[in-house]
Write a protein that binds this ligand. Sequence first.
Ligand SMILES: [Zn+2]
Length: 464
Amino acid sequence: MVNYVSDAAASAGDMPFFSPVEALDEGALRALQEARLRRQYGYLRERSAFYRRKFAAAGLGRDAVQSLDDLRKVPFTTKQELRDSLKAAPPFGEHLAAPMADVIQVQASSGTTGSPSYVALTRADAIVWQESSARSLFACGIRPGDLVLHGFSLSKGFVGGLPIFQALQYMGAVDIPIGADGGVERLLAAAFDLRPQAIVGTPNFLLHLAEAAKSQLGRDVREIGVRRLVVGGEPGGGIPALRRRIEDAWGATLCELMGGTDLAVIYWAECDHQDGMHMTAPDFIVAELIDPDSGETKPFTEGATGELVYSAIQREASPVFRFRSGDHVVVTGTTCRCGRRQPKIRCFGRTDDMLIVRGVNLFPSAVQDLVESMRPAVSGQVRLVADFEGHSTQANLKVLVERAQAEPPGVSLAALKHDIESRIRGALAVKADVLLAPHGSIEKPGAAKIKLVLRSMPAIAGLQ
Ligand SMILES: [Zn+2]
């Protein structure tokens, strides 16, 4: 039998990370990345019709990419280019760089805009995905032998489904494969029976599970004894007030992770110190930070913000190079007591979700963060009503805020509304028209990710 688990994990015992790569010093990592970068550049020129054309159009010759600095000469790859490529040569596009006979797996992104992007994996690619995801799950506190309740969607989720199952199995943990789409009751029943050490899922769904245990079963999920909550799929895990609420509800530590189908499953993950996600796969993916407007590369210094751009440096079937992820992040640190040497980030939004209100860029999660921090004066549920074409409006932004179950005495609704509007204006420079919705009237997240932005005003009685 082949033992795929990395030697580091097998022999690590109490090692704080899954792979020694996570702690390589800058010089050693750079040498490794540049060797793989040169190889990958040659591979793309040889095997990918898409990149051969792109490199030629940019005047990039055989030896054009020798170092990380040379990457800047390479034009970006956008999601739209990948969609066009998929359409031009189904099923995997003109950027497929491996023979179909070598492909063993298909995955797809569940993008918020456009059609899903399908990606192909060879056997070697699948192992790279499992290794990088295992490192991330390990950073978030999951250990070999742990039982892990699968709270992402298993059937609809694509990346949140099978690849997470595979990564957990690869690292020697046990996935309880029910999935968010398996139903809250079944998930809770399994959790109370099997007492998992960890749960993976979206932050809002884990909160929903805890609340459903109380309201439907009259039980407290703290009885289960879960140690770690591992969340991703939406920015909520990075919102301090929401994180505290979820941790309180479960009596467990919450760590966040992030990734995406175009590169791998998960390659950013938070360690025990809970202040941002480390890159966990720098030997497979080169991450750059860019100014989203100018396209200029920026160093990963603490406090820097920008969009992430990725180049796969160990990928066979569907490799992308200088791919604009659309993930907007802030660098929260460059050193860490855990021993990992990779910078830490927090994601505050995606280009796809961004609204432009009277010329001001606004990520919906920022409004959620603000309203969440006003609890218990409000319930914490919030929706943005973007009832206009596209992503840009010249009107005030309509924001639905759900009222608290028990409102503080002596505060008028008009004053509450005014308070929220002025906080939004003060913190985000956006003029909002707040509508207060009765408690319990905003639809709670089920299995799927929470949709903060609605494209039309929902029919809710008693809006104030
Ligand atoms: Zn750390």
